[in-house]
Structures are given as C-alpha cells and as structure tokens.
Design a protein around this ligand. Structure first.
Ligand SMILES: *Cc1c(COP(=O)(O)O)cnc(C)c1O
Length: 453
C-alpha cells in the first residue's frame, strides 16, 4: 500500500532542552497523538456540520461511567443513590441521561432548582445545597418536598419562617465541614463538626420546634486524590449521627457524602499521567464502605447519597478547536492562535489537557504556546507543549473537558459554540446551538433617546 507510506523525513539531532526530560520520562510528548474520530464519528464531519470550535460529548462514555460507579458502590453497600451535580454540567440532555440512569438531582441555586423541576424532576428527588437560597427558593423547595441542606444559622431562621407560613414541620438536613485530612480544609460551607458548631446548630433546630433534622451532608472538596479522606469523613459523620441520637434523640435517616472524586485529568505541575496518579473510583468506594462498616452498628444501613460530578462527566467531553494562525513571538517562541481559549475552557487554569491532532504531522517538535481568540494575555490553553509545525486549519482535540466548562464558559467577545452528543449508535445530536447576535441582544434595552438616526 504505497499510498499509506509516510513521507521521508530527514533525521535530525537536537539539543536536549531542560524541563523536557526527567526520571519519569518525557512529559510533553504525553499529549501528541492523532485522533480522527470520536466514538466513530469523524472530526471532519463533526466540524463540517456544526462548525469549530465544538464541544462533543460521548453518550456511551457517560452511561458506562455512571453504571460502573453505581456498581462500585452497590457491590459494597446496599443503599446508595447518586445525585447528579448540576453545576458540573447542566445541559438538559446531559442531566436527562443521568436521570435515566437513576440519579436524582443535586442543585446549588434556585436557577439549578428550576432547571431540574422544568425537566420533570419532582421536588423530593432534588437535593438543595449551597450557601445562598433565597426565601422564595426555600419556600418553593419546602412546598415541593426537596431535601434542603442547611448551610448556616441564618438559613435555620429563614426555614423556620417558611415552616410557619406553610403551617407544617419541615424535614431538613445540615451540611457539615470537618477535618478529613485534606488541605486546605473547606470550612466555608456548613457547620463545623470539631468546634461543636454543628452540635449547636442541631440544638438550635430542636429548640425552634419547627424543623426536624433527618440527614447529614458533607462535601469535603473537589479533585481529592486521597481516598482515605473519605474514610475519615464517613466515620466522623456516622459517629456524629449516633451522638445526636444518644444526646438529643435525633434520628438520622440519611448520610450524603458529597462529591469530589478526581477525573482522569492531568493537573498542572504533575509529571505522572493520570492513569498512574489518579486512584480509580473503586478505591474511593472501598474506603467509603470501610468507613461506614467501621462506624455503623451491625444491622444499621442508613441511606447513602453521593453527589459526584467531575469524575462522571469529565472524560466524556471533548473540545474540537482549529489552528487559525501561527506566530513567532519576539522571545523566539512559537505561538498558535486557536478559535477556542479560556473563554470556553475554565478548567485550563488547573489542567494540562490531552491534546490530539486530526492528522499526522511531520517535522521537528518545538515547545509552543497555544493561545485562544481573546484579546487578553491570559488566554493560554497550553504553554510548552512540544509540537511540529502545524498548518492553518489543523484541528486539535482537547480532553477531558466535560466537567465545569460548559457551565463556567464565558460569553466574552466571542459567541459560544455548539455542543453535540454522539449517541451510543453513532448518531450526532445537537444539544445546544451555537450562539448568535440574538443571544447577546435578547436582554438588552436601548433607550429611545440613544437610538442612532
Ligand atoms: C460541586 C459540588 C459537588 C460536585 O463536586 P465534584 O467535585 O464535581 O464531584 C457535589 N456537592 C456539592 C455540594 C457541590 O458544591
């Protein structure tokens, strides 16, 4: 097959640059692979139909991951339900897949609450977290039977008013923060366990006589690489539940241990690939069940909720972007202008994405800057990736980008691109249209007197 033979490239000797090689290998090469398709659909076809940049989600990957996660827990503990963390990615189509797979909704704002309700999720299948819940939001959620997780003392006051207005006792849970060994400790949310603040909150709830505590919630952070932290957290929560039962006669029906499991993404500053540095979900499930069985009395199986976001969706998301131009900077560095930047990739702050190209490239690699379209110096997608010369029009496929990007993206300077879903049978469905000027103008009002001619 003469056609498929690669063109001859003259061998070259290059000086080793510091930072390229270390005892773990050659880190920048990590990113250089060719990808011509996502789940069998060619990159070329995707861009022809939906333009560039383009977010692409793999339904197969989403469903496989949540099924495996459920399996990891179901084989260890009899009573587990997942709550899909809306803020991680709340496109309707994505939410609907998780709900089809049996997840309830976990929301942290009234907007997310409304989105879940509009999708058809009943109040009782919504976990309502977060430090800012307005009176109208609390009232709605209380009327509809949502699981409200109290964040602070003021919210206890607010909920007592709601209970009085509705003329009924409300079941509530409180959010705890605690020392699980993770630094920095997320102490901004909920009531602190070790200082006795959480116990005070429960006493305060009991004194009020309008609320009934039935659950404990705790979310220790995000991208936690230390499975043992969850064991510590779970044990502390169970012990606190028993303490409440013994001292105050409170019956805790459920424990919600939050999210925070890492995805197979490469944090900046780490050399090892995620396959080595990120523990599998199974390990987290093991530690959590160890924590439960260490602390629970035999025969007790309180309901367990998980609010995993990132670890379930990150690897299912790709961003296709196109090389728009190349430049030589005054300091000699090569820079490429891409049509997607940090406006679409909030997680570029922490992650070094896997970067694949849609074609084989010839020539010598040199460290390059990948810049986005913004007129801002901070618009850097990668700094230092080793790339041979890339022609205009070369497509790059960035991953994993499924978590937090299509919720934290900015409508700044550029339109936001389309988002598509590749179905399990290889169809491509549009799940969010590319924006146009009407999206920008929809909420604007131009006073009559400022109208030009
Ligand atoms: C963001 C958030 C989650 C999801 O966290 P991940 O790190 O994406 O798993 C879960 N619970 C609460 C309360 C959150 O704020």
């Amino acid at each position: 097959m003469i056609e498929s033979k690669k063109p001859y490239v003259k061998p070259t000797m290059i000086k080793l640059q510091s930072g390229l090689m270390n005892k773990f290998g050659v880190s920048p090469y990590y990113a250089r692979k060719v990808r011509t398709a996502i789940d069998g659909v060619s990159i070329d076809e995707l861009v022809k139909r939906f333009g560039s940049p383009l977010f692409v989600f793999s339904e197969k990957q989403i469903r496989n991951t949540i099924r495996e996660a459920k399996e990891s827990f179901a084989t260890r503990y009899p009573n587990v339900t997942f709550g899909w963390s809306y803020k991680t990615n709340y496109l309707d189509a994505i939410n609907a897949i998780y709900h089809q797979e049996g997840s309830i909704a976990e929301v942290v704002s009234e907007m997310e609450y409304d989105k879940a309700r509009r999708l058809g999720i009943p109040g009782e299948d919504i976990i309502f977290n977060g430090p800012h819940k307005s009176m109208t939001a609390l009232k709605k959620a209380a009327e509809e039977g949502a699981k409200i997780h109290i964040d602070h003392f003021d919210e206890i006051d607010d909920l007592e008013k709601v209970a009085a207005e509705l003329g009924k006792e409300l079941s509530v849970a409180i959010r705890l923060n605690l020392d699980s060994g993770i630094q920095p400790q997320w102490s901004r949310f909920g009531f602190n366990l070790e200082s006795g603040q959480a116990m005070d909150a429960v006493r305060r709830i009991q004194m009020g006589g309008k609320l009934r505590l039935n659950g404990l919630h705790c979310h220790i952070g995000t991208f936690i690489l230390e499975p043992d932290a969850y064991k510590t957290q779970t044990e502390k929560m169970v012990r606190f539940a028993y303490e409440l039962e013994e001292t105050l006669g409170v019956t805790i029906e459920y424990l919600d241990i939050g999210g925070g499991f890492p995805s197979k993404n490469k944090l900046k500053g780490t050399y090892l690939p995620p396959d080595v540095s990120v523990p599998p979900l199974d390990t987290f499930a093991e530690k959590i069940s160890e924590g439960l069985y260490n602390a629970l009395k035999p025969g007790d199986f309180p309901k367990l909720y998980l609010e995993t976001g990132r670890a379930l969706i990150d690897e299912a998301g790709y961003l296709i972007t196109t090389v728009f131009a190349s430049k030589r900077l005054p300091d000699g560095r090569k820079s490429y202008v891409l049509d997607a930047g940090v406006n679409l990739l909030f997680t570029a702050t922490w992650y070094k994405f896997t970067i694949e190209t849609d074609r084989e490239m010839q020539g010598l690699g040199e460290p390059a800057l990948l810049n986005g379209p913004l007129c801002m110096n901070i618009d850097v997608v990668d700094d230092g990736i080793l790339l041979p010369p890339m022609k205009r029009g070369t497509r790059l496929i960035l991953s994993p980008v499924g978590a937090y990007n299509v919720t934290q993206w900015m409508q700044f300077i550029e339109y936001r691109p389309a988002v598509v879903l590749v179905t399990e049978t290889g169809e491509v469905e549009l799940i969010r249209e590319r924006e146009d000027l009407s999206d920008i103008l929809r909420r604007e009002r131009l006073p009559e007197r400022l109208r030009l001619a």
